[in-house]
Design a binder for this molecule. Structure first.
Ligand code: HEM
Length: 508
């Protein structure tokens, strides 16, 4: 489908580009950025579409250093490959880099720039982000943790019954952990409408944010082509997403409001609190801001939690010795029959290192989300033109041999070494500057709790075939979305004695 659309886009773009080059020549303040050789007009599109994106970028990062430029038509993608570069540019100069580039498909056509995630840094983004941060504020941490523990208990119980459905069960738990404090809503199954809609929208929009998945992001002129022409099916797809988004935003919102009318006990959830504070602080929040803030937290939170836990399970299967070592730590620290609670995590440093090393080896969003330069700027003497798209190469930072020895290996012990100051991945996997993930604390609490509880409850091994041989499934990733979502894999969950003791104590 994309090939016809690309051809159409190239033809239209070729009509426009010579004119735009002639009118956009500017004086450069510094040296030109290094980067791969770009073809006339189309730049590096072919390189980016042809091979695995992460591999290509890693090769280029080795060749060109901390900052490099990749060109897509007349757009500059500036890739920051080191911790120093992202800290100096995106963190220290956050006022200049808080904008997002214009996402034609994910931002404009699918979400009409309403969600926090892909929106420009305008007034409504500021209100919605403030709303989200206020909803997740540290004073509510305890209430969130209690909710996370309840949902964790349900997950363990269900995993014991349906171990083969672990992907769906973890999705359900991730969704519940967020929907419950947001709306007071606890879906009963991963097939519930709200869970399925969240999954569908997250995949559609996240997929649309990957440059190259939709030709309209390369050739925005396609937006003005009649939708009836061949190759224009993306317009229908965007309309479908917009319609389903309305349902996803309205139904849980109305549920929260109606529940509060029926029962006062629901009055502590996010949506209602935000409505109650409508006239106080923040002063200018509209009802639509609350709906979009809640939706943004939901879709961003579920996918990242699910990805992190699935990667943890995959790495535990591959690293049986480390898995056993983690479980031994739990056995030494926690009394029989107890599952870890948030306050226990600090006393389980090796288990924590297992999670940190998972998130380092496979950062859930390996190229972060792009920021945009609002002004002309300079870094290391290189000129950064205004409107450049800034891509934080989180993957390259996590695999930087200057920060982590043997960066491609799973070595949780690196975080236990007290003689060396090893960079905690949470310093970069949650993004940067004013766009940094507002769900950092909530997300880490949730991922740690789920991973450590599964570790305490089950020995995770390869499934066996009829002859008793291991079914070894390679860890593979789809490149269709911005996250490192692993492709489906199999796992055998054998309950531990602690799991049976815990179950018995729950029945008492
Ligand atoms: C392990 C878990 C998570 C990881 C690794 C993660 C990572 C990220 C990253 C890399 C960004 C882009 C930041 C940037 O532009 O520089 C982001 C944005 C965002 N995240 Fe997370 N996240 C996680 C969990 C969560 C959770 C649990 C929530 C909600 C409760 C959440 C809500 C959001 C939102 C709303 C944004 C958009 C912020 C904006 O554009 O202003 N995330 N996240």
């Amino acid at each position: 489908m994309i090939h016809f659309t690309v051809l159409l886009g190239v033809s239209l773009a070729l009509l426009v580009i010579p004119f735009s080059i002639a009118t956009s020549r500017k004086k450069y303040r510094g040296r030109h950025l290094p980067g791969p050789r770009a073809l006339p007009f189309i730049g590096n599109i072919l390189d980016l579409l042809a091979h695995s994106l992460l591999k290509t970028l890693r090769q280029w990062a080795n060749e060109f250093g901390p900052i490099m430029q990749v060109r897509v038509l007349q757009k500059n993608l500036i890739i920051l490959n080191t911790m120093e570069a992202v800290s100096e540019v995106l963190n220290k100069r956050k006022n200049l880099y808080s904008n997002r580039p214009w996402f034609h498909m994910a931002g404009e056509l699918m979400t009409a720039h309403e969600s926090i995630i892909f929106s420009q840094s305008n007034e409504s983004w500021k209100r919605r982000r403030r709303c989200a941060i206020q909803g997740l504020r540290p004073t509510k941490k305890r209430a969130f943790q209690r909710e996370q523990q309840k949902m964790r208990d349900a997950l363990l119980y269900r995993l014991g019954k349906n171990p083969d459905e672990f992907r769906e069960e973890i999705r359900l738990c991730s969704a519940r952990q967020i929907l419950s404090p947001l709306y007071g809503l606890v879906p009963q199954s991963s097939q519930d409408k709200i869970v399925r809609l969240g999954e569908f929208l997250s995949e559609e929009v996240s997929g649309a944010a990957v440059l190259g998945n939709y030709a309209v992001d390369l050739f925005p002129i396609l937006k003005y082509v009649p939708p009836s022409l061949p190759g224009m099916g993306f317009m229908d797809r965007a309309r479908n997403v917009r319609e389903l988004l309305q349902v996803t935003i309205m139904e849980p919102f109305l549920f929260a409001v109606n529940q509060s009318e029926a029962s006062e006990s629901f009055s502590s959830n996010f949506v209602l609190e935000q409505l109650a504070s409508d006239t106080t602080e923040p002063p200018d929040v509209h009802e639509s801001d609350i709906k979009w803030a809640a939706y943004s937290l939901y879709v961003a939170g579920v996918e990242t939690t699910l990805v992190s836990v699935l990667l943890f399970i995959a790495l535990m299967i591959q690293n049986q010795d480390r898995q056993n070592k983690g479980r031994e730590e739990i056995e030494q620290v926690l009394p029989p029959g107890k599952m870890p609670l948030h306050d226990d995590i600090v006393n389980l440093p090796f288990c924590q290192s297992l999670v940190k090393e998972t998130l380092r080896l496979y950062p859930p969003i390996p190229l972060g989300l792009p920021h945009m330069a609002s002004v002309d700027d300079e870094y290391l003497g290189y000129h950064i033109p205004r409107n450049s798209i800034m891509v934080p190469n989180i993957w390259a930072i996590a695999h930087d041999p200057r920060l982590y020895g043997k960066p491609d290996e799973f070595i949780p012990e690196r975080f236990m070494d007290r003689t060396e100051d090893v960079l905690d991945p949470s310093a970069y996997i949650f993004g940067f500057g004013r766009r940094m993930c507002p769900g950092l604390d909530f997300g880490m609490d949730s991922v740690n709790l789920i991973c450590l509880s599964i570790l305490a409850s089950f020995n995770m091994t390869h499934k066996k075939d009829r002859k008793g041989n291991d079914i070894v499934s390679e860890l593979e990733f789809g490149e269709e979305t911005v996250s490192s979502m692993p492709k489906p894999f199999q796992c055998r969950f054998e309950p531990t004695p602690r799991y049976f003791e815990w179950q018995a104590s729950m029945k008492e």
